[in-house]
Design a protein around this ligand. Structure first.
Ligand code: TXA
Ligand code: MG
Length: 344
């Protein structure tokens, strides 16, 4: 939920976002909205983003207002390809390799920025985070609008990221004019963020579906793993947005080890990675859910946020969530679960 010091602006009247498609007529309308400084929620393969013209300072400021996001947390800029990225940042040989290997796709690269990028986008930093999304509707919109799009996840700051157009409508629908509906997101957790500081090993700032091993293989050199979440008080200098509490449901959440069964009460929910073999029933038993029938990590990631949002709407007093078994994607899932379950 938005932190008390950064409340989102009050809902403006009863304006409700319209859902759009990627038809030429709708894309023209969305491109015009973006060119004139408006906001549009867009689908990506990871999560939905709240997009504005990345070169328009006032438009980017609206993103922070609508999300209730602190101005010190910089935005990711979405570009169609490496060539468009070059206008915004300096790509060294490693950056070119990563863009060639993983774009379009769920990899965000933090690079030295060029002067054209407004300070509000980067929170005054000398670096900018760039990503080329793979979702076809996002790509069509980028082609139609012809400008880079700054887009953080389209949720109120600190809350669970949206993976459907409906999720965006539920939490931001009264604050934005349009949502480009691209269906449910195929990956379901946010992009891997990698920093490429000159003269230093590549470093993962946020784990995602592209693993450390895949990055190291593409670069032909070791890559530093993501740091554990820092406390909410100490914002990490290199990864300003990586607060311990993030992606959080309003209902308190607690994690339990993979393969175990938690102690839970009747007014609580228990979420397993996969359908459990044994039911938890009888008087006083909690209500049981699972992220995936088989426990396949890609399916867990895809269903993660939708299930947590759904549970948050029900009157459970606590959500107990099973950790994913270790694997590259399982570790990224556990990163999000840890943040969801952090109390402050
Ligand atoms: O998958 C994604 O990355 C989604 C979709 C919409 O593209 N976007 C997303 O954006 O997750 P957001 O704003 O929710 O998370 C971006 C993260 C934040 O933690 C922010 O602090 C970090 O990227 N970031 C942005 N610019 C940075 C920079 N120059 N240096 C370090 N971290 C940066
Ligand atoms: Mg976010």
């Amino acid at each position: 939920m938005p932190d008390r010091n950064h409340q989102a602006t009050p809902a403006s009247g009863n304006r409700v976002a319209s859902f759009c498609t990627d038809s030429p007529a709708d894309l023209a309308k969305l491109a015009e909205t973006l060119r004139s400084g408006g906001l549009v929620a867009i689908p990506t393969e990871t999560v939905y983003g709240l997009a504005a013209n990345a070169l328009d300072e006032a438009a980017c400021r609206r993103i922070f207002d609508v999300k209730g996001r602190p101005l010190l947390d910089p935005l990711i800029v979405h570009v169609p390809d490496h060539a468009a990225g070059e206008r915004l940042a300096r790509f060294d040989a490693r950056a070119v390799r990563l863009a060639e290997a993983f774009w379009p796709g769920p990899l965000t690269i933090v690079l030295p920025k060029r002067g054209i990028v407004p300070a509000i986008v980067t929170a005054g930093r000398a670096t900018v985070a760039l990503r080329s999304p793979a979702h076809p509707a996002a790509r069509r919109l980028l082609a139609a609008v012809g400008i880079p799009l700054a887009a953080p996840s389209a949720n109120p700051f600190g809350y669970i990221s949206p993976t459907t157009a409906q999720h965006v409508a539920e939490s931001l629908g009264d604050r934005i004019p349009f949502i480009l509906d691209g269906g449910p997101c195929a990956i379901g957790i946010e992009s891997t963020i990698v920093a490429l500081a000159p003269g230093r090993p590549a470093r993962i700032l946020r784990p995602g579906s592209i693993s450390c091993g895949e990055l190291a293989e593409a670069l032909g050199e070791p890559v530093d793993e993501a740091p554990a979440p820092s406390s909410a008080q100490e914002a990490d200098v290199e990864a300003p947005g990586m607060l311990a509490r993030h992606y959080s449901p309003a209902t308190p959440a607690a994690l339990f080890d993979h393969g175990t069964v938690p102690d839970a009460r009747a007014d609580e929910a228990v979420v397993f990675q996969r359908r459990p073999e044994k039911a938890m029933d009888g008087p006083g038993a909690p209500t049981v859910f699972w992220f995936s029938e088989s426990g396949d990590a890609a399916e867990v990631a895809r269903n993660l946020y939708a299930l947590l949002r759904g549970l948050d709407e029900r009157a459970f007093t606590r959500i107990h969530i099973e950790r994913a078994p270790p694997s590259p994607l399982g570790n990224s899932i556990n990163d999000r679960l840890r943040r969801a379950a952090t109390a402050d």
